[in-house]
Design a protein around this ligand. Structure first.
Ligand code: ADP
Length: 759
């Protein structure tokens, strides 16, 4: 289908697509248009990675906006929200406004109502629904990316319930769900009352296979010699082989290419990149080396951590690692350098693989097992995941074909991998909503936000979930719901009048009424509430992903527990209650990380001390911020004096500062390090900053005029200009290393957290 023939899209779109090199739709895209995706039809598209799902989403959203509506694009991971936003910003030149909603969990995102397209995670949309965001009622199109993740035990239920809620709020909503190829796409289409596009088509041929011994065994039955040298790992041999130019049968030379290696942990990604750097280095030209040095320097500028240094070292040699613990700036530099064919190998964890467009000649799935807490050990990856990683092989227009290989260390494993992955079909997607903890949370939220006020109402709503459509057994949904209601009532979350089992008569109290009751029964003395106590409290909730206790940690945190037990809220479980006690200690470890951050311990020390990446700190900080914000609202509702202590703990963790900097760090563009330097120069709050002598401010901000002007303007200074001002030489500036995490070219909105990465 020619792009000129698209019905329902804005007039400018065909030319825009042609400028991008898109003349014809790919076959699955054409099927989607024929199914009515540009005319408001619901659609489920189950097609392979890299087969152009994004364009299907864009066609749906742009045509919906052209009819005067607004669109929402749900991403599976926060880290992907900004990638998608950047992608959609290409449409701003035609007058569309694009918004991204991450961060502050409590807001109802009022400003988003003015956007034509909003990008958000399902958790964020869930929270917007709970906060009654009015603009959600006006949505006309919702796109759910990677919808097969409804199968994910952790996050799937939120996505499932969110989609059901949006569709209930707005029965005319166009729903477009994009999925990797799965076995039961038809079931998803049935759930969403949608047309189905189910296709195996790929823009470039893909050969799957397994490397074993000295050869690549491909799915078409052929074998290619791929020798592994003495003392060489098979992955290194594959990377080396891919780098070499090859002579085709017709005498043509096929230029060497790049390799994407998938491993099962961040640590392994970093270690593999370091090792493979020595494989790549001898293949680099002098010019490439010079360019890579430049990129390595940019990487060091992003943040001042060991991760940043390790990444820069690897990149200087043409290798890199990529995982969700990296700061966004790091990821962007790596992806660009890989696309520019300067970085020849990227070792990645699969987390972001699905969403980031980084095709390469070859893909190696090195680890096909991963640690799985619920299995208590290593568990094999799903076929779906492995196929998604494999789908990144082959760059259309650049490579003749893509090759994706697993690595076997024995003949038996070779056979097993063929059966398990190469020849296998992806698993069907199943709803995980019935897992009790998930259902409890969602039922409570559904009731307290007024979506349902009776058992019947609740059942009616739940009928719209995938779970209901997959549970053939009649009455099963009602039974599960009753179990959950009983649990919620027994624990005081809901008032279900047991005397009247007449379903329609069940009326639930509001969240506020419940909060009052609970707070009344648990009065705490506000003077006894420390920041650590509050951080520990929020770290005990299921919403916080706690840090694990590593071997050796237990003793350290037991000691810490006895030293600071007085500060923790609620009774410490007995040591003999293994699981609860361990949980308590993990929460303490997590709370200590938050406390360190809120005490201005630098990022690198924290990443070392707790064995995490900068992105993990950010994730925990954001969750703590959100939960403390909720606690603050509850304390306000019940007039608790603890509200002030909670507010302070929240602001401290938000900005990563001690008490005395809370006011200063709240000025946009200041952030923790600058606040400390201003404070040391004698400026202790916003009011003093407004009246401060400009030479002092300039010196404290290390002579950076633009930064100083911005900061003064944000503090409300009448004349922030720094023209003609020189830094005061008497101001001593500590920690003035050229790369202390607040680089020159930082993005203002990120300055507050000094480059803590995305998670
Ligand atoms: P997916 O989301 O399915 O993994 P993408 O949407 O990222 O895949 O598309 C992969 C690449 O294909 C992108 O670089 C995109 O620009 C390109 N592409 C998409 N549709 C077409 C088309 N019809 N013609 C040419 N290139 C296309």
């Amino acid at each position: 289908m020619d792009v000129a023939d698209l019905p329902g899209v804005p007039d400018w779109l065909p030319d825009h697509l042609r400028d991008d090199g898109i003349e014809e739709l790919y076959p699955p895209q054409a099927e989607a248009v024929e199914a009515g995706v540009t005319e408001g039809a619901n659609l489920v598209a189950s097609i392979p990675t890299a087969s152009g799902k994004t364009l299907i989403a864009e066609l749906a959203m742009l045509s919906s906006v052209a009819r005067g509506g607004t669109a929402l694009y749900i991403v599976p991971l926060r880290a992907l929200a900004s990638e998608k936003q950047a992608e959609f910003e290409q449409f701003e030149q035609y007058g569309l406004s694009i918004g991204v909603s991450t961060g502050n969990y409590e807001s109802d995102g009022g400003w988003l109502g003015d956007c034509d397209v909003v990008v958000a995670t399902s958790e964020k949309v869930d929270s917007l629904v709970r906060n009654d965001a009015p603009w959600l009622d006006d949505l006309t199109c919702v796109v759910s990316d990677e919808v097969h993740l409804v199968d994910d035990g952790q996050r799937g239920p939120t996505l499932e319930v969110t989609l059901a809620k949006l569709r209930r709020l707005n029965p005319d909503l166009q729903t477009v769900a994009l999925s990797a190829t799965i076995g039961n796409a038809g079931e998803l289409a049935g759930w969403l009352d949608a047309e189905l596009v189910d296709s195996d088509w790929r823009p470039i041929e893909l050969q799957k296979g397994v490397h074993y011994g000295q050869a690549l065994h491909l799915e078409d039955g052929s074998q290619q010699r791929l020798a592994v040298r003495n003392n060489e790992k098979p992955t290194a041999a594959i990377v080396r082989d891919t780098l070499q130019d090859k002579q085709g049968e017709d005498g043509s030379v096929e230029e060497g290419g790049s390799t994407l290696v998938f491993v099962n942990s961040r640590r392994n990604a970093e270690a593999a990149a370091e090792r493979l750097a020595s494989t790549v280095r001898p293949h680099l030209s002098a010019e490439e080396q010079a360019q890579l040095e430049g990129i390595a320097a940019d990487i060091r500028d992003v943040s001042d951590t060991e991760t940043s240094d390790d990444l820069a070292d690897a990149v200087a040699d043409g290798a890199a690692f990529h995982h969700a613990g990296l700061a966004r700036g790091h990821r962007k530099l790596v992806e660009q350098a890989f696309q520019d064919r300067l970085v020849k190998v990227v070792c990645a964890t699969p987390t972001l693989a699905a969403g980031v467009n980084t095709p390469s000649r070859r893909v190696v799935v090195r680890d096909w097992r991963r640690y799985d807490g619920s299995a208590g050990g290593m568990a094999p990856l799903s076929v779906l995941e492995v196929h998604q990683m494999m789908g990144r092989a082959g760059r259309p227009g650049l490579d003749p074909y893509g090759e994706a290989v697993l690595v076997a260390s024995s003949h038996d494993e070779l056979d097993e991998l063929f059966e398990r992955y190469v020849w296998a079909d992806p698993e069907p997607v199943r709803s995980k909503l019935a897992a009790e903890p998930a259902l409890r949370t969602h039922i409570l939220a559904t009731v307290s936000s007024g979506f349902a006020r009776s058992r019947t109402g609740l059942l009616e709503f739940l009928e719209q979930t995938l779970y209901a459509s997959q549970t053939g057994e009649s009455g099963r949904l009602g039974m599960v719901v009753d179990d959950v209601l009983t649990y919620l009532e027994r624990n005081g979350f809901l008032d279900v009048d047991a005397g009247e089992l007449d379903a329609t008569s069940l009326e639930f109290p509001t969240a506020n009424e419940l909060a009052e009751e609970r707070a009344a029964s648990a009065k705490i003395d506000p003077d006894d509430v420390s920041a650590l106590g509050l951080y520990h409290l929020v770290s005990r909730t299921p919403d916080m992903y706690q840090l694990y206790l590593r071997s050796g940690d237990r003793e350290e945190y037991e000691t810490a527990l006895y030293e600071r037990e007085d500060e923790l809220l609620g009774p410490t479980p007995s040591e003999f209650e293994d699981e609860r006690f361990e949980d308590w200690l993990s929460a303490l470890k997590t709370a200590r990380l938050l406390e360190d951050w809120a005490s201005e311990v630098d990022e690198e020390t924290i990443t070392d001390r707790y064995g995490v990446g900068p992105g993990d700190i950010r994730g925990k900080v954001e969750t703590a911020q959100w939960l403390l914000g909720a606690a603050e609202s509850l304390a306000g509702e019940v007039d608790s004096d603890a509200a002030r202590a909670i507010s302070e703990a929240r602001i401290r963790v938000e900005h990563g500062v001690r008490e005395e900097l809370v006011d200063l760090a709240g000025v946009r563009g200041v952030g923790r390090k600058r606040a400390r330097r201003l404070f040391e120069a004698g400026i202790s709050d916003r009011a003093e900053l407004r009246d401060a002598a400009k030479p002092v401010v300039l010196a404290a901000l290390r002579g950076r005029r633009k930064t100083a002007e911005n900061v003064l303007e944000n503090a409300g200074h009448r004349n922030p200009s720094m023209a003609g001002i020189e830094p005061d030489p008497d101001v001593e500036v500590h920690g003035a290393s050229p790369r202390d995490g607040e680089g020159d070219h930082e993005d203002e909105s990120e300055a507050d957290q000094s480059n803590l990465g995305d998670f």
